[in-house]
Design a protein around this ligand. Sequence first.
Ligand SMILES: [Zn+2]
Length: 461
Amino acid sequence: MITLTFHGAAGTVTGSKYLIRVNDRQVMVDCGMFQGRRSLRQKNWEPMPFVPAEIDAVILTHAHIDHMGYSPKLRKEGFSGPIYATPPTVEIVRMSLVDAAHIQEEDAEYRNRKGLTRHKVALPLFDSKDVEELHDQFEAVPFGDWVTVSKEIRFRLHIVGHVLGAACVEMILNDGHREVSILFSGDIGRYGNPLVHNPSPPLQTDYLVCESTYGGRIHEPEDPYYIFSEIINDVIKRKSILLIPAFAIGRTQQIAYLIHDLIENKRIPPIEIHIDSPMAIRSTDIYVKYADYHKVDICKLGGKKCILNGQHVHLHRKRKSSKLLNRLDGPAIIMSASGMMTGGRIMHHLINRLPKSDNTLMLAGFMAEGTLGRKIADGAKTVYIHKQPVEVRSKLVELHGLSGHADYQEILHWLEPLSNATKRVFITHGEESQSAAMAEHLKEEKGWDCHIPVLHETVEL
Ligand SMILES: [Zn+2]
């Protein structure tokens, strides 16, 4: 018997966890943390509806927290098998989890100190020790190499764009009676991204698990270079600070590359760029190391050492120098994490910059429901940061076209090579309306049998 259970990214974009069971063998595809509103985050603490010790292996599609951030917890509860991912993904996951553990620890410590917990003692979901113990379980798998987990389950990874090292998973399952194939899309990237490769065409499959972050949307066909140059030129004219919340891995490098390109092409004058994220600085080293996994040799741009180490770029590793940025006068750009403004150094910049009408906040990317980023994007006039009210008076600008996620037309384009032999499609990783729209598009275009699973639903393949 072959089953698939959706333990995350069902009815929401976070917490990706798909459990494949073939007879008594089990493999989990992605092991993500739930993020966003409290009711979702709470799910990270719920008892697991599976036995971690019985899972033979975990496969990670890519290094975003909502796809891998639950792994230390899984280990803590008994999982001892290998965790497979592409070489850059393994390195980024290891690095990000160290950071995630610190955030967990700091958050618990802060809650205990300020008495903000509903519990007697606030605990981190996992700590640095849990992450350290996980270190040796990772196994790097290059794109295209078959991995046999057991005689029932084998898989290989294919390029899917999105972010450095991101993969979709082709899996062959055999329960002794029949063989079925299933493809997990992971997060599908966009075509023509300046840094990341285009998604590779998918191979024929019986079943498909397809993400739907933008299942009902089309990205505006605007030129991000033009819009971004307008934004920066305005900031320079007004001697303002441009604050950019950006994911440390992927988005920061992409934006730094864009700014570099705009300066090189004289579409903007040189401007000071402050990168205030130790993780963004470290993750650039991984971009340098895995040059084959992306399009641009970011070390040899314009003869400079690196896009994050150019003549206009200032790196802030220490907390003290991060705080000093609060006194910085414009024109300048400050880029900091986290991208959806859920924690990290960006929070003190927001407290400092949001109330100032001469500052500019740029939103670039998806903001999940319940995040501070979404509230600001939705036009909140006052937001709460660390339970303190903060007025939003700064100028708000948005830069589209940088999204790491394909829109529905790009997903349909990616799926073009698949014939109607695909038996069934499971639409996941989307807010309800987006998944429903994606299902409609796939029914219409491909005539596929589409199903939108609910959380913890099990289907037989
Ligand atoms: Zn992702």
